[in-house]
Design a protein around this ligand. Structure first.
Ligand code: IMP
Ligand code: MG
Length: 181
């Protein structure tokens, strides 16, 4: 059964967690902070596909300074529980030298994706690198990482909607939904 309070995707039932209006308000605030922080300096936002595509499309429209956009794709290959390898496609095509880079991510969970990406990007010699994540699960983050802009800190619960998926589905939902803990 589908209602806006509760949705079923494949075998799982998710409950409404963060409303579309709250998300849009927060994205507006983040865009304002980014606008203030980068005023006068052109900015390159790099979104991580596929999850960040919805967030990034809203965020760029809330950022009132010169913004270029690019996307890279991250894929994780988890061998054992503690060691995950993340690979990135299209990273070599990016021209980052002397640019202000803002990485845009849907969610930082263990932090391994960002931890792997940051040194690879640093090799391309940008002028600065910052991270903007819509969601952060601090209780799960295993690495020491600075998130410059965070939309919402959330508990360790699986979430879908607004770009985030469960088994490929749910990205088009305007609200965020979570599994009951
Ligand atoms: P990390 O490397 O553990 O920080 O993983 C980040 C990636 O895991 C995100 O970009 C998402 O693709 C995925 N992920 C982590 N938590 C969730 C969730 O609750 N829902 C959907 N995807 C998630
Ligand atoms: Mg992702």
């Amino acid at each position: 059964m589908q209602s806006s309070k509760q949705i079923k995707i494949k075998d799982l039932v998710f409950h409404k967690f963060i409303d579309e209006k709250q998300i849009q308000r927060r994205v507006g605030e983040l865009g304002q902070r980014i606008t203030d922080d980068y005023s006068g300096s052109p900015l390159l936002m790099i979104g991580l596909l596929n999850g960040a595509v919805v967030f990034m499309s809203d965020l760029i429209r809330q950022t009132k300074t010169d913004v270029e956009c690019a996307f890279i794709k991250a894929s994780s290959y988890v061998g054992t529980q503690s060691i995950g390898t993340v690979r990135f496609s299209s990273l070599d095509d990016l021209q980052l030298k002397s640019k202000h880079v803002l990485i845009v991510e849907d969610i930082v969970d263990s932090g391994l994706t960002m931890n792997r990406l940051l040194p690879l990007m640093a090799q391309l010699q940008p002028q600065s690198i910052k991270i903007c994540a819509l969601l952060h699960k601090p209780a799960n983050t295993k690495v020491n990482i600075t998130l410059d802009y965070v939309g919402f800190e959330i508990p360790d619960r699986f979430v879908v909607g607004y770009g985030l998926d469960y088994d490929g589905l749910g990205r088009n939902l305007p609200h965020l939904y979570s599994l009951k803990s």
